[in-house]
Ligand binder design. Structure first.
Ligand code: ADP
Length: 975
C-alpha cells in the first residue's frame, strides 16, 4: 500500500476523531491572544497538530500562556509566510522567531531545526504575518529539559477552534500578542463581515444562514461530495460505514474545515480556506478541494493497481523460475545459463574452426556472456554458437582407396538389373579413384518413384566409404530454405544444406557412452540368446533403437543426396534453383554463404547426387550441371525377381523374422504384383510384403507368449515389455539367460512355419485392388478405348469413354482436362465429322448429319486427376469412330500419339514408360507413332518380345489396327 493514500486516509480519520468533541462546544474568544507564528502552514478550525517549541520566544509563550495556567489556555496561531515575493495578507510587523513543529502524523518528516535556520538567515523585515489566524486550545503539553545545557522545550498538541482577525499585533516580552475579532459566525448571506465574536449572535446568525436557499443547496452538494470521499476511503480501507454519521452530526461549515485540514494542499490553498469566512464561500471552496482530493485518490488508486499488477506478474515469474530451477535440480538436469555458456564454449574449442571464424565466434561468445538468459537474443545467440561449434569445419571421414570390384559387388548385391545405371556409376567411381578431386558432373537419377534412385545414391556413399545425408527438396519454394534466413529475422534458421551437415548426438548419456553404444551392447547380448521369437523381437527393438538414435553426419566430405530436385519451385520468396546452382558449382561452393551462418563454409568436399521424377521441371542451368541417368519402371518379371532376391529377405530381416517363420511363395509374389500393385517401381510391393511380415510377426509373438505362460518360467509382463520398441532402452532382464531357453526354442522349432497362401493374402492385404480382366470388361461397349499416358509416377493406362445423347450437336468434355487435351478432342471430332462418309458413319457429304440432334460427351475417368497433353489425339478419334460406328475396340490394344487436323500421327514422349504400363495391365498390342520407333530401343527386349508394337503414320492406320476385324472405313477411303 503506498504511503500517500494511507497517510491521507489516516489523517482524515484522525482529524475527524479528534475534532468531534470540539465541534459540540461553544467557544468564547478573548479579545487578546498570545500569538504563535506558524511558518508556511495553516491551522484550520477542527484540525489537531502537534508542535515542538524550541525557539526562546515560543518557549516563553507556551510557558506563560499554557504551562503555568491552571485552566486550559488559548493561544492564537497565525500563519507566517517567509517568501519575499508573494505576500499573502498584510505585513503586520516584523517576525520574532519561529518554532519548529511536528504534526501528529506518522511518517511526516520532522522539520526541527529547519525553521531556526531559516529564521536566522532571514531578514526580519521580510516576514509576512497573515491577518487571519485560528484560536487554538492545548490538548496536551509536555516539557523537556535537555541535558547538560538545561535548555527547555515544549511539545504541544493544539486543536484549532475558530477563526479570528488580527486588529493589532504587539510584543509582550519575547513573544507577540494581538487584539482580535472572532470571525466564524459571519452570516451565510453576508459578504465577509467581521462581527465581534459574541455567543448571543451565533444562534440567530446560523438560523438565518440555514434558511438561505443558496446555502442549503451548497450544503447538500458538499454533503454529497463529502459522502463520496468517505465512501471511497471506507471502500479502500474496507471499513464499515461508521464515518457516515459524522455528516449528520457535525455542522457542514465545520466539516468543511475538518475535511480540508486533513488534505495535503498548498499553503496558498490553506490560506484561502482560512480566509473563507463567508459560509457559502467556504462551502464552495471545500467542495472544490474535496473533489480535487477524490480525483487524486482515484488516480493514485489506478497507479497503485497498475504497479501492483506488474509487481505480482514479475513476482509470479520469479517464483515459477525458482520452482523450475528446483525441479531441475531435483532431476539432476541443472542446465543453468552458466552451464549453457560453458557447454557451448567447450564445444567451440573442439570444433576446429578456422581462425577468422574462431574470432567471430569468440566475439559472439563474449556478447552471450554479458547477456541475461531472459534477455531477448540470448537464445538465438546460444543456438548460433552451437551451430558454429557443430559444423564440421575440418573433420573429414577417412576415405580408404576405392575398390572398384567391391563397389560393383555391393551394387549388384543391393540392386537387381539396372545394368546400364550400375555401369555408369562404376565409371563415375573409376574417375574418382583416378582423380579424387575431379570436379565431375553431379549424377542425377531420374525416374518414377520406387525404382531405386535413393538406394543407388546410398550405395555410392557406401562404395566410397562416405557418410550419407539426404536432403529433401520436394516443395521447397523459398530460397531461404537452401541459403538460410538472416539472423535478424525472428525464428531464423540455417538452410537445409548447412543444417544437414551439422552434427549432434540426439541421445547422449552422462556416463560417456552414448545411447547408441548401449543399444549396440544389448544387440550383441541378444544375439547370444537362443533362437526364439522373443529374441527376434528384442533384436528388432535394438535395431530400431540404434537406427533412431543414430548420430547425424559430422564430416565435411559426405555424399549428399539432393532428393526430388525437380520439385523445387520459385515464387516471390526467391528461386531455390539459383541457390542450388551455387551449391553445385565447384568454383562457387568452396565459399558457400549461408545467410544464417553469415560466414563462408566450404562445400567443395561434399559429393552431390540428385534425384528427380522428371527432367522437364529442372531449370536448364541446373540441369546443365548434372548428368541425367534415367531409371525405367520395372516389368512384372523384374519386380518378381527384385522381390524374391532383395525385398523379401530385407523385409524379413527388418521384422526380425527368417524363412524359418515366414515363407512367401513365388506364385503369391506374382499375385501381389498383379493384383495389388500397378506402379512403375517396387515401393508398394515392398509395403505389401512388409504387411505380410508384420502379420507373421504377430503370430510368432503370440506363440512365444503362449510358451512363456505354459512353462510359467517368466513373468507374464515380459512380453508386454517388448513393446518398448520406440525409444526405451532394451531391458536385458526381459529374458534372463538362466531361463530354460532350450525349452522355448524347442517349442518354436516344433511350431510350423507360416506359408502365405491366397486366402491368407486376402486376409492380410484385403480384396485385390486390380483385376486382370478389368481392361476387357471396360472396353466391352463401343466408344471406349485404352490410351497410354505418362505421369510423374511413370506410365499409366487411361480409358477414354465417349457417348452420345439427344442434344444440339455440342461436345462435352469432363475429367479435369487441360486446354491442350480439350483442343485434341475438338480436332478429333472435326476429323471424324470430315471423314464421316469415308468411315461409313454417314452418307457422303452429310457432315452435319453425324451430330444432328445429338450431343457428344467424352469423359476421362479418374475425374479427380488433372490431365493434359496432346498424346490422346489418336485415342480420341478411335473412341469417336467406335461410338458412331457402334463397333467395339480391341481390348488387348492400347495407343498413344498426337494427331494433326489432317490425320497425321505425330510422335509423343514417355514411350518406354507407356509401354511398360501397358505391359503391367496385360495389354498385348500397342499402337505408337512410327516416329517413336527409336524410343523402343530403350524398352527391355523381354517386354517387346511379349508384345506387338504397331507403328502408324496416319490415323487411318490406327483405326485399321484398333478394331476387331477390319477398320470401319471403306477400302476406297484409304489414302
Ligand atoms: P526411389 O528413390 O526411386 O523412390 P528407393 O531408392 O527408395 O526409390 O527404392 C524403394 C525400395 O525399392 C528400396 O527398398 C530399394 O532398395 C528397392 N529397390 C528399388 N529398385 C531395386 C532394385 N533394382 N533392386 C533391389 N531393390 C530395389
Amino acid at each position: 500500500m503506498p504511503f500517500y493514500t494511507k497517510a491521507v486516509s489516516n489523517s482524515v480519520r484522525r482529524s475527524i476523531f479528534f475534532c468531534l468533541s470540539a465541534m459540540e462546544e461553544t467557544v468564547e474568544l478573548p479579545s487578546r491572544l498570545a500569538i504563535l507564528p506558524f511558518w508556511n502552514k495553516v491551522l484550520l478550525p477542527g484540525a489537531v497538530i502537534r508542535i515542538r517549541c524550541t525557539s526562546p520566544s515560543s518557549v516563553k509563550l507556551v510557558e506563560h500562556e499554557l504551562w503555568q495556567k491552571e485552566k486550559k489556555g488559548l493561544i492564537g496561531v497565525l500563519p507566517v509566510k517567509d517568501s519575499e515575493g508573494a505576500a499573502v495578507g498584510s505585513l503586520l510587523s516584523s517576525g520574532i522567531g519561529s518554532d519548529s513543529w511536528e504534526q501528529g502524523r506518522k511518517g511526516e518528516p520532522n522539520a526541527t531545526g529547519g525553521f531556526h535556520k531559516q529564521d536566522a538567515k532571514k531578514p526580519r523585515e521580510l516576514t509576512h504575518w497573515h491577518s487571519r489566524g485560528v484560536a487554538a486550545r492545548a490538548l496536551h503539553l509536555s516539557r523537556e529539559v535537555e541535558k547538560p545545557s538545561g535548555r527547555v522545550t515544549y511539545i504541544v498538541v493544539l486543536e484549532g477552534l475558530s477563526r479570528f482577525n488580527v486588529q493589532e499585533l504587539s510584543a509582550r516580552g519575547k513573544y507577540y500578542v494581538a487584539n482580535i475579532n472572532g470571525l466564524d459566525l459571519s452570516s451565510a448571506g453576508q459578504s465577509e463581515v467581521i462581527i465581534p465574536c459574541k455567543l448571543t449572535n451565533r444562534c440567530s446568525l446560523l438560523e438565518q444562514a440555514e434558511q438561505d436557499p443558496d446555502f442549503i443547496s451548497l450544503s447538500r452538494q458538499f454533503k454529497a461530495t463529502a459522502m463520496e470521499l468517505i465512501s471511497l476511503l471506507e471502500q479502500k480501507q474496507k471499513l464499515e460505514g461508521k464515518k457516515r454519521f459524522l455528516l449528520d452530526t457535525i455542522p457542514v461549515y465545520r466539516l468543511a474545515d475538518i475535511l480540508v485540514a486533513s488534505f495535503e494542499i498548498s499553503f496558498e490553498e490553506q490560506l484561502s480556506m482560512l480566509d473563507s469566512v463567508n459560509l457559502k464561500v467556504r462551502l464552495s471552496k471545500a467542495i472544490e478541494l474535496v473533489d480535487q482530493h477524490i480525483q487524486s485518490i482515484r488516480v493514485a488508486e489506478k497507479i497503485t493497481q497498475k504497479v501492483e499488477g506488474q509487481l505480482s506478474k514479475s513476482q509470479r515469474e520469479f517464483l515459477l523460475k525458482q520452482q523450475m530451477r528446483a525441479i531441475k535440480e531435483e532431476l539432476g538436469d541443472n542446465d543453468d545459463c552458466e552451464d549453457d555458456v560453458a557447454a557451448v564454449e567447450r564445444k567451440m574449442q573442439n570444433a576446429g574452426m578456422p581462425p577468422n571464424i574462431w574470432k567471430l565466434a569468440q566475439r559472439e561468445l563474449r556478447r552471450l556472456k554479458k547477456m541475461q538468459p531472459q534477455q531477448p537474443g540470448y537464445n538465438s545467440s546460444c543456438v548460433y554458437l552451437e551451430l558454429l561449434a557443430d559444423l564440421p569445419w575440418r573433420k573429414v571421414s577417412e576415405e580408404p582407396e576405392l575398390d572398384l570390384k567391391a563397389a560393383k559387388v555391393s551394387l549388384d548385391r543391393d540392386h537387381y538389373g539396372l545394368l546400364k545405371v550400375k555401369q555408369r556409376i562404376i565409371e563415375y567411381l573409376a574417375v574418382r579413384k583416378l582423380k579424387p578431386d575431379a570436379q565431375g558432373p553431379v549424377l542425377c537419377f531420374v525416374g518414377p518413384p520406387g525404382v531405386g534412385k535413393t538406394s543407388l545414391a546410398s550405395s555410392i556413399a557406401s562404395a566410397l566409404s562416405k557418410k550419407f545425408i539426404r536432403i529433401s527438396l520436394g516443395g521447397v519454394k523459398d530460397e531461404a530454405d537452401i541459403r538460410g534466413h538472416r539472423r535478424t529475422y525472428i525464428g531464423s534458421m540455417p538452410g537445409r544444406l548447412i543444417d544437414g551437415l551439422k552434427w549432434y548426438c540426439s541421445h547422449g548419456s552422462k556416463n560417456g557412452m552414448d545411447t547408441n553404444d548401449t543399444y549396440l551392447k544389448h544387440f550383441i547380448a541378444c544375439q547370444l540368446l537362443p533362437s526364439s521369437a522373443t529374441r527376434v523381437l528384442l533384436l528388432q527393438c535394438c535395431r530400431f533403437a540404434i537406427s533412431s538414435s543414430a548420430k547425424r553426419v559430422a564430416v565435411r566430405n559426405p555424399v549428399m543426396l539432393l532428393d526430388e530436385i525437380d520439385k523445387t519451385g520459385s515464387d516471390v520468396r526467391g528461386d531455390p534453383a539459383s541457390a542450388l546452382l551455387e551449391v553445385l558449382d565447384p568454383e562457387q561452393n568452396k565459399t558457400f554463404n549461408d545467410h544464417y551462418l553469415n560466414v563462408p563454409f566450404d562445400l567443395s568436399k561434399v559429393t552431390f547426387v540428385a534425384t528427380a521424377n522428371r527432367v522437364q521441371p529442372i531449370p536448364p542451368p541446373l540441369l546443365d550441371r548434372m548428368e541425367v541417368i534415367e531409371l525405367l519402371g520395372y516389368t512384372p518379371e523384374e519386380k518378381l525377381k527384385i522381390a524374391l532376391k532383395h525385398l523379401i529377405p530385407r523385409v524379413l530381416e527388418q521384422h526380425g523374422l527368417s524363412s524359418q517363420f515366414l515363407q512367401i511363395p513365388e506364385g503369391i509374389v506374382k499375385l501381389i504384383i498383379q493384383r495389388y500393385t500397378r506402379e512403375a517401381g517396387v515401393r508398394n510391393l515392398e509395403r505389401n510384403l512388409a504387411a505380410l511380415a508384420r502379420a507373421a510377426a504377430v503370430k510368432v509373438a503370440e506363440k512365444d507368449f503362449m510358451v512363456h505362460l505354459g512353462k510359467d518360467n517368466h513373468p507374464k509382463t515380459s512380453l508386454m515389455n517388448t513393446r518398448l520398441v520406440d525409444t526405451a532402452e532394451v531391458e536385458m532382464e526381459v529374458i534372463p539367460l538362466s531361463v530354460d531357453s532350450q525349452g522355448i526354442s524347442n517349442s518354436f522349432s516344433s511350431a510350423s512355419v507360416m506359408i502365405i497362401d491366397e486366402a491368407m493374402l486376402e486376409k492380410v492385404l484385403g480384396p485385390p485392388r486390380f483385376d486382370e480382366k478389368e481392361t476387357a470388361d471396360r472396353v466391352a461397349t463401343p466408344g471406349i478405348v485404352v490410351g497410354l499416358v505418362w505421369t510423374t509416377f511413370g506410365g499409366d493406362v487411361q480409358f477414354i469413354e465417349a457417348t452420345a445423347m439427344a442434344g444440339k450437336g455440342d461436345l462435352h468434355l469432363t475429367g479435369q482436362l487441360g486446354d491442350v487435351i480439350k483442343e485434341s478432342a475438338h480436332i478429333a471430332l472435326t476429323w471424324v465429322r470430315a471423314r464421316a462418309a469415308d468411315l461409313n458413319l454417314s452418307t457422303a457429304g452429310d457432315h452435319i448429319g453425324l451430330l444432328e440432334k445429338q450431343d457428344i460427351h467424352i469423359h476421362f475417368p479418374a475425374g479427380a486427376v488433372p490431365k493434359d497433353g496432346p498424346s490422346a489425339g489418336i485415342t480420341l478419334v478411335t473412341a469417336l469412330v467406335s461410338l458412331f460406328s457402334q463397333r467395339k475396340v480391341r481390348a488387348d490394344t492400347a495407343m498413344t500419339g498426337e494427331m494433326t487436323l489432317k490425320g497425321l500421327v505425330l510422335p509423343v514422349g514417355g514411350i518406354k514408360d507407356k509401354v511398360l504400363a501397358a505391359n503391367r495391365y496385360g495389354i498385348k498390342r500397342v499402337i505408337l507413332p512410327e516416329r517413336n520407333s527409336k524410343d523402343l530401343a530403350e524398352v527391355p527386349s523381354a517386354i517387346l518380345a511379349g508384345m506387338e508394337m504397331l507403328l502408324v503414320k496416319r490415323i487411318e492406320d490406327v483405326l485399321e489396327h484398333a478394331f476387331e476385324g477390319a477398320s470401319p472405313s471403306k477400302p476406297t477411303s484409304k489414302l
